[in-house]
Design a protein around this ligand. Structure first.
Ligand SMILES: Nc1ncnc2c1ncn2[C@@H]1O[C@H](COP(=O)(O)OP(=O)(O)OP(=O)(O)O)[C@@H](O)[C@H]1O
Ligand SMILES: Cc1ncc(CO)c(N)n1
Ligand SMILES: [Mg+2]
Length: 572
């Protein structure tokens, strides 16, 4: 028995085992992997039994059993079908408060889309007040962790943080000679921001003699730069330049002297030196107590960019931008009672998570706008949406076929503001770009628009995706592709959409029964027939979507209210 692995991004739902060809399409189109060649052989190659699913950073692998006796030229799992993920190994100390150290490195790498493995050199008892205790991991066990990771997982970049003993530094240098990596980022951690010693002055010689000369970049803060140079005071940007050059002379290929602690500096200025030129990286100084772990985060972000293949200068540039964004995002978070709080690395994910999750009941009274109707009645999109919301619409879709992109985007942003006030989701018809740019709650797509599984990859796991479906096959595909709901119709004839086949109540019922997804009925529905539609009584039919019945009328507010009453009546 063999296993064939198919990588599928974590954000997308699992395809059903029965749709192997879909998966092959997915691999070839979305991931640009050419595992299945020729494509036409796919159905006979594999026994469609999904054996297990492994998580592996961005991708999980569907392991599909290829049984003996299958008609094969069976493809064996080959390097060609595996997707390599950029990988940073951090060799650092654990911070129980999770603001700095190993925990900051893990979060920074995750936020930057890079896999991070961890070799722990010390366990600290630490919080927002300070460091209460340090327990150093025995040197031979650090060596064992290093061997485990380096011999098997082949990280692209190694980043170092707290290295609390001479023996640990020696072990690390030895391991790196045995298992060379693409780049070494050395953050010469010595003192915590609260003033606690994490690696004493006895470490300086081995840093200077062995570790720093191996480094592609060293990232000391002001105190560490000063210690490495025998205690010279560093108080100005000119001093930082001097330090960057002097540390470069010790051996690292590049030096970034971090100026987070530069006294009396309005901006947060870091000085970079590559042996030839100096560069100043400036960002505004964010007024926040939550700067614990900024150094670890910056060094990890540089390592993450290098692992992705960036040049050193652009890696530092991007890392600095990320630190500024993360600090700005975290400036008001309150964790712990001390003076040095942690920041929130996963800002992007967080902004998605805070969105109210999709509730199928949102589909109850689904209002879909139409620019021609608005024009006819002399209304703006925003006014139309406002009226529908006030009348009780439970979800809004902007379906604007004739509007210019920039006007559409402005309208979407304005509508989103009002929808948020009402706690109602806003979807965009067809235009994934407009949904992304306006940060709308999702999209509704038809059978000939962007394929839903591609839309899912583009929009991420949290946005709502609805798909128009006329048949059980469409509905099945929508499920596989990761849709959140189905729009099914036209239930009745309609003028809103040309050449639209009417599927009738029977067609609607067939689609509903063929899927577990919630369904909203659409097409020619209004006050006179909404009750008949909801009367179908299938549990996943959650509501009706209407265009003309609301927007091709003189008073949108009144029509919406009336329809809401009819719908409420029908569910009694
Ligand atoms: N308040 C701030 N606003 C903007 N950027 C800052 C701020 N504080 C620090 N930084 C930036 O964060 C990065 C880390 O610098 P910093 O000098 O604080 O390192 P560090 O002292 O090693 O950090 P830590 O020991 O807290 O992990 C630098 O790019 C610095 O410019
Ligand atoms: C474990 C650990 N590493 C690094 C730092 C420096 O921020 C810290 N405070 N704790
Ligand atoms: Mg600092």
């Amino acid at each position: 028995m063999r296993y064939v692995q198919i990588p599928v991004p974590v954000n997308s739902p699992l395809p059903k085992a029965s749709s192997i060809s879909h998966m092959a399409y997915f691999c070839s189109q979305v991931l640009s992997t050419s595992f299945f060649t020729p494509k036409s052989q796919i159905p006979v190659l594999l026994n469609p039994g999904v054996a297990c699913i492994k998580s592996f950073h961005q991708y999980r692998f569907l392991h599909i059993k290829a049984m003996q006796g299958d008609k094969v030229s069976t493809p064996t799992p080959s390097d060609e079908c595996m997707v390599r993920v950029p990988h940073v190994l951090t060799v650092a100390g654990s911070d129980s408060g999770a603001g700095a150290g190993i925990q900051a490195d893990l979060k920074a790498c995750a936020a930057r889309g890079v896999y991070c493995s961890t070799v722990i050199t010390a366990v600290t008892a630490q919080n927002t007040v300070g460091v209460q205790g340090v327990n150093i991991v025995p040197e031979d066990f650090v060596a064992e962790q290093l061997r485990s990771v380096l011999s098997d997982m082949h990280p692209d970049v190694v980043k170092t943080g707290m290295l609390p003993s001479i023996g640990i530094v020696k072990t690390l240098c030895q391991s790196l000679k045995e298992f060379p990596v693409q780049a070494l980022v050395v953050d010469p951690v010595m003192v915590s921001t609260s003033g606690h010693t994490l690696a004493g002055p006895s470490i300086l010689d081995i840093f200077r003699e062995e570790l720093l000369p191996m480094a592609d970049i060293a990232t000391p803060n002001l105190k560490e730069a000063s210690a490495l140079l025998g205690g010279v005071p560093l108080e100005t940007i000119a001093d930082m330049r001097y330090a960057a050059k002097a540390i470069h002379d010790i051996g690292p290929r590049n030096v970034l002297v971090k100026g987070g602690d530069l006294p009396a500096s309005l901006d947060a200025v870091d000085v970079f030196y590559d042996g030839k030129d100096f560069y100043e990286f400036r960002s505004s100084r964010i007024m926040t107590p939550n700067t614990h772990g900024t150094g670890c985060t910056l060094a990890s972000s540089v390592a993450a960019e290098l692992a992705k293949g960036s040049q050193m200068l652009s890696a530092v540039k991007v890392a600095k931008r990320y630190i500024e964004a993360a600090l700005s995002y975290s400036k008001n978070i309150a964790i712990g009672g001390g003076r040095q709080g942690p920041m929130d690395h996963l800002l992007k994910l967080k902004s998605n998570v805070q969105r109210r999750p999709f509730d199928p009941c949102d589909l109850f009274l689904y209002a879909v706008t139409d620019s021609r109707m608005n024009e006819r009645w002399g209304r703006s999109i925003v006014d139309a949406v406002k009226a529908a919301l006030e009348g009780g619409a439970s979800i809004i879709q902007l379906r604007e076929k004739e509007v210019e992109t920039s006007d559409f985007l402005e309208a979407a942003k304005a509508c989103l503001k009002i929808c948020r006030v009402h706690g109602v989701p806003l979807l965009i018809n067809d235009r994934i770009d407009v949904a992304l740019a306006s940060d709308a709650d999702g999209v509704h797509i038809g059978q000939s628009d962007m394929p839903a599984h591609v839309a899912r990859v583009l929009l991420g796991p949290d946005k709502i995706i609805g798909v128009s479906c006329k048949t059980p096959e469409h509905a099945q595909q929508a499920w596989i592709d990761g849709a959140d709901y189905i729009g099914s119709g036209g239930v009745y004839p309609t003028n809103t959409k040309e050449n639209n086949k009417t599927i009738g109540l029977d067609g609607l019922k067939t689609v509903c029964l063929s899927s577990k997804l919630p369904v909203v009925a659409i097409g020619g529905i209004g006050i006179s027939n909404a009750q008949a539609v909801m009367g179908l009584g299938v549990p996943n039919l959650k509501g009706v979507a209407v265009v003309s019945a609301l927007f091709d009328r003189e008073c949108v507010l009144t029509e919406t209210r009336k329809l809401l009453e009819v719908l409420k009546e029908s569910t009694k």
